[in-house]
Design a protein around this ligand. Structure first.
Ligand code: ASP
Length: 349
């Protein structure tokens, strides 16, 4: 009698151990970007190129570690973004671009697809990892988006959010970009703002991540310093849910590009809406929005997108987009320009 009871119990224990070790579904996937922009190949030194690829790989590793142990897409995108915010190579966190006053105002957002929860911060100045604050807004406030002094005050009530002086974000590279932008602006007759028919910015550099976890859930996140020489508290698309970031139960997107056009065309949401309402493939939807609708309006940039089958799309029309991916079959890669994609896509996780 006792043995009869013991055998099913042992079987149950074995099954639980198995379930804990192995994800419910093998279909995890991760895609990241470190910004789209016009970065000519020969303008990147070999050393910088190596560091870009290394930083993208570190971000992939951080996100993939979460996914590989059965963690959530939300944790995976947070982990990947934090790595890129900490790297001075990208325009997010350390290494963020300078605004017109020589300071930094950072924007970030995060969204979880199956719950439609979202959090965002805009114009924060002392938060070391804005993506963590965006997530805290999502999880620990009744709101979706906090801006400026209010976002800083909210951060004050969360001691786990690390604070730094604004000049902690400074880098020489970004200061030179500000000086150049301001000289060009002065040379052009003191034009004070870009207009839709003005010159396109040459470099963006925002970071983003979209992940599919073993439970089939999708999350997307984006973090940025915005655009060099921005004025008057300018907020771009990155912290705006539906413009720079979107996730629903079958699709997630993070955008990078000329933010004004991404806002006006609700780029991230439009890509996923095409998948949901028209049954477009992820690739077709992302290509159409990024490479037709945005340029037709006068903008440019790129996006990363991922669906619940683990398909990944990474269109861009800006000459380059720093990017990395791990597909459900385990193949992975990082790339900057167009033709690198296949060459770099050889490593297996
Ligand atoms: N989209 C960002 C913005 O307009 C810039 C970028 O993608 O690098 O703020």
């Amino acid at each position: 009698m006792r043995t009869h009871l013991l055998i099913p119990l042992l079987a149950l224990a074995t099954m639980n151990a198995y379930a804990a070790d192995k994800p419910a579904s093998p279909k995890t996937a991760l895609v990241i970007h470190g910004g789209a922009g016009f970065v000519p190949k020969d303008s990147i030194s070999d050393e910088d190129r190596r560091e870009y690829h290394a930083a993208l790989n570190r971000a992939l590793d951080a996100g993939n570690k979460v996914l590989g142990s059965g963690g959530s897409a939300l944790d995976a995108v947070t982990a990947a973004i934090v790595v890129m915010e900490e790297s001075p190579m990208f325009n997010a966190g350390k290494g963020a671009v300078f605004n017109a006053k020589g300071g930094h105002e950072l924007d970030a957002s995060i969204m979880e697809g199956h719950t439609r929860r979202a959090g965002a911060v805009a114009g924060v100045t002392t938060v070391r990892n804005p993506i963590k604050l965006a997530r805290t807004v999502m999880e620990q406030s009744p709101h979706v988006m906090l801006a400026g002094a209010g976002a800083e005050a909210f951060a004050d009530t969360h001691p786990e959010i690390e604070r730094v002086p604004n000049n902690w974000f400074d880098t020489d590279k970004r200061r030179k970009q500000l000086e150049k932008a301001q000289q060009e602006e002065a040379a052009k007759g003191k034009r004070e703002a870009r207009t839709s028919d003005g010159d396109a910015p040459t470099y963006f550099g925002t970071v983003g991540a979209v992940a599919l976890d073993a439970q089939g859930h999708i999350a997307a996140a984006t973090s940025t310093g915005g655009m060099t020489n921005k004025k008057w508290g300018r907020v771009g698309d990155s912290p705006i849910i539906g413009a720079g970031t979107w996730a629903d139960s079958r699709c997630g997107v993070s955008g990078t590009g000329w933010g004004e056009f991404y806002i006006r065309n609700a780029v991230a949401h439009d890509i996923c809406a095409r998948v949901a309402y028209r049954g477009d493939s992820l690739q077709a939807a992302a290509e159409e929005v990024v490479n037709k609708i945005v340029p037709a309006a006068g903008g440019d940039g790129g996006a990363i997108a991922l669906d619940s089958d683990g398909n990944i799309a990474m269109p861009f029309n800006s000459g380059s987009m720093f990017r990395g991916w791990i597909k459900p079959d385990g193949s992975r890669g990082t790339a900057i320009h167009e033709e690198e994609a296949s060459a770099e896509a050889t490593r297996r996780r």
